[in-house]
Design a binder for this molecule. Sequence first.
Ligand code: NAI
Length: 252
Amino acid sequence: MTRIAIVTGAGQGIGEGIARQLVQDGLSVAVADMNEKNARNVADEIGNNSKGYYVDVSDKKSVFDLIDHVVADFGKLDVLVNNAGIAQIGTLLDTKEEDFDKIMNVNIKGVLFGIQAAAAQFKKQGTGGKIISASSIAGHQGFELLGPYSATKFAVRGLTQVAAQELAKDKITVNGYAPGIVLTKMWDQIDAEMAKIYNVPIGASLQKNIDSIALGRGETPADVANLVSFLADPKSDYITGQTIIVDGGIQF
Ligand code: NAI
């Protein structure tokens, strides 16, 4: 029977790459994003009965509604990928409270709501399931000007470890992926803001970071998707509570 995955933030970037890979692995994917148009376009393109959905992961009701709609459409859920996330650039001293709250709401609360909603569905089904969430190398090492973002990505690792302990008895595994410098619109945004702050040309900050990658190239969404493919597959059934770095060997 075809396995069903939800990937949040899958209208572009890493999430889109993950959705593509999971379809290649034989799954049908609920492509969920705040940008519903992008989500629908990606779903139409990747096929295998994949479908686009609106979700705002920072809104608990929206996340629970998403799971209900997906289960109504496909009959069940096997995998949730909590991929949606946002970045902010700036010093801690300049961070405004409303900006801090916003990134916490999307990057941490979004993951919490996803864990809660998916676990409730997996328990109802009695099937077990897999929850996989986006952390970052910035969740292993604090990066200048990425303070609140780093804090959220450390927190994702914490939630992942605790959820893995609490949900193991229900045969639910909970893991994370921690990418490095992935060439998506998120990095375009980070690079543009770094250029302003450091008064350097566009592309200079990105290149400096790429120069620190042992494998000598920027990361692609497909590089991340290959790891998520494994974490979504029964081959990884004995792995839980882990956040695995996939960064081409960045030397801090
Ligand atoms: P991106 O900015 O290219 O795409 C993010 C997607 O999430 C967009 O389609 C956006 O519409 C959606 N989104 C944003 N807020 C949302 C919300 N509240 N509800 C639903 N969807 C929402 O980002 P990218 O690069 O693809 O990143 C994906 C994940 O990977 C994020 O969690 C990010 O923090 C993480 N990551 C990215 C790295 C990179 O170098 N690009 C490195 C490490 C982690």
